[in-house]
Design a protein around this ligand. Sequence first.
Ligand code: ADP
Ligand code: MG
Length: 234
Amino acid sequence: MRSEVLKADNLYKSYFQGGERLEILKGASLSLHTDSFVALLGASGSGKSTLLHVLGLLDSLDQGEISFEGKNVSNFSEDKKAKFRLQHLGFVFQFHHLIPELSALENVTLPASMLGRDAKALGRDAKAEAEELLHWVGLKDRMNSFPWQLSGGEQQRVALGRALINRPKILLTDEVTGNLDRPRSLEILDLLARIHAERKTAILSVTHDERLAQSYKSQWRLESGLIVEQNQTI
Ligand code: ADP
Ligand code: MG
C-alpha cells in the first residue's frame, strides 16, 4: 500500500554570510511516499544539500514543518532528533564519511550499536545483518578491509550498507556518484533501485547528473527555493 512517510510544508531556510542574509529555501514543500524513488536536480548552489540536511533534521529550519508518518518531527529536541535519524533515516553523502579506523563490517554495524542494538536486539544480531548487507552490496570478500583499502565505488557501497543497517524508511543521498566514473555510477544507481524495490525504502537522491536522474521514477528540481515537479504530482 502506498502511504506517506515524509511531508515537508513551506520550508524556509536562510544563512548569514558576510553580513548578508542568503535565502536558500523559500517555501519548499514536498511529500515522500513508500513508493517514492526521486531524483532531485538543481543548479549548483540552489540549496539541494541544504534541503537534504533540513529534511534529515541535521540542520534547523527558519520556518515550516516536517512530519514523519503524520507526526511533526521538526520540533523534536536534539536528542530526539538524533535518535529519530538513527532509527528512520539513512544518509549517504558524496564523501562517504566512513570511519578510517574501522573495517567495512564495523562501519556498517556502528549505527546499530549506537541505537543499542547489540546482541540479539530486534531478534537479529546486528553483526550478522551487517554481513548480509555487505554481501548484498557485493562486498562479501571485503568485509574486513579498511576504507582506505577500498575503491571509491566500494566505499560508497559500504556507506550504503551503513545507511541501511537500521532498516530506515527513507534513504537520502547527496551526489553519491559525484566522484565515480560512469560504470561505477551505474552500479550505484542499480543498487539504489534494488534498495527501493526490495527493501521498500523511499529514496530521495540529489544529483546534478541529468542522465542518471532519468532512471528514477520521478524528477524534481529545486528552483528559486521551491520544489518544482517534472512529471508527476507530488
Ligand atoms: P547545492 O547543494 O544545491 O549546491 P547548497 O545547499 O550546498 O547548494 O548551498 C546553497 C547555498 O547556501 C550556497 O550559496 C552555499 O554557499 C550556502 N550555504 C550552504 N551551507 C551554508 C552554511 N552552513 N553557512 C552559510 N552558507 C551556507
Ligand atoms: Mg550540494
